[in-house]
Design a protein around this ligand. Structure first.
Ligand SMILES: C[S@@+](CC[C@H](N)C(=O)[O-])C[C@H]1O[C@@H](n2cnc3c(N)ncnc32)[C@H](O)[C@@H]1O
Length: 228
């Protein structure tokens, strides 16, 4: 029996594309510093941080999943034998690359992504092509509440990584399409603890068809399993 397994994350062109994009994303904190005076002025005027970080303001920021989270997304897709993956918040496509690599290595299928910023949508498609994964993705431009409304079922894996006030509405919209055993991963649980409390309460209550726990990976990854 051969000991070699197929893992697109370790192969070209996916490996070097991810390496290059993560390197570019490491500039995000420096860009953020340049916006600090603007955010502070907004806070003084009574606008919360969450209210100020609009897609337009963040149009040049990757704000991606970490390599560790990416590996976790890939492995989860492989464990589920996922064929249909849905993603809220594609940005420049880093998380989409991990998910699409998983779908590809499972033998085929699609990641249905969503991005509201047109410039980011264009760049994400370019990056997915550079990673050799275009045929496994359908990144939809526009508000995810509209663009993800007609995704095909059954959905095997859902990643929530867009703006935090939409996690719960998007989960509720897609819950009927999640197959039993489907996994929902939601990012930034620690960073946006207060904003995401209603979401975490929903999936951890046991009353809405999920069992769930918060994983201490990067900014906090809520790991929820769809149960009958
Ligand atoms: C944290 S970033 C996503 C990072 C990406 N998952 C990655 O790992 O590379 C969140 C993205 O959600 C997008 N977004 C925010 N509101 C949205 C909406 N209503 N519909 C679609 N995308 C949205 C933002 O423009 C932003 O690019």
């Amino acid at each position: 029996m051969s000991g070699r397994t197929l893992n697109s994350l370790k192969r070209e062109p996916t490996r070097s594309t991810l390496e290059r994009l993560h390197a570019l994303a490491r500039r995000d904190p420096f860009k953020f510093l340049s916006l600090a005076p603007r955010f502070l002025a907004g806070l003084v005027r009574g606008r919360s941080f969450s209210e100020q970080i609009t897609p337009e303001v963040m149009k040049d920021f990757f704000i991606p999943v970490s390599p560790e989270q990416g590996a976790f997304l890939y492995l989860t897709a492989r464990a589920l034998k996922a064929r249909t993956v849905v993603e809220f918040g594609t940005s420049f496509g880093i998380s989409t690359i991990y998910l699409a690599a998983g779908v590809k290595d499972n033998g085929g299928g699609h990641v249905i992504g969503s991005e509201i910023e047109p410039g980011k949508h264009t760049r994400a498609l370019q990056h997915l092509e550079q990673a050799g994964l275009s045929e496994f993705v359908d990144v939809r431009l526009g508000d995810a509440l509209e663009t993800l409304a007609d995704v095909p079922e059954p959905v095997d894996l859902l990643l929530l990584d867009g703006w935090k006030d939409l996690y719960l509405p998007i989960l509720e919209m897609l819950t009927p399409k999640l197959r039993p055993g489907a996994v929902v991963l939601a990012d930034n649980i620690f960073t946006f603890k207060r904003d995401l409390k209603p979401y975490v309460d929903h999936v951890q209550s046991g009353a809405h068809g999920f069992e769930s726990t918060t994983l201490h990976i990067s900014d906090g990854f809520e790991y929820s399993v769809r149960v009958p």
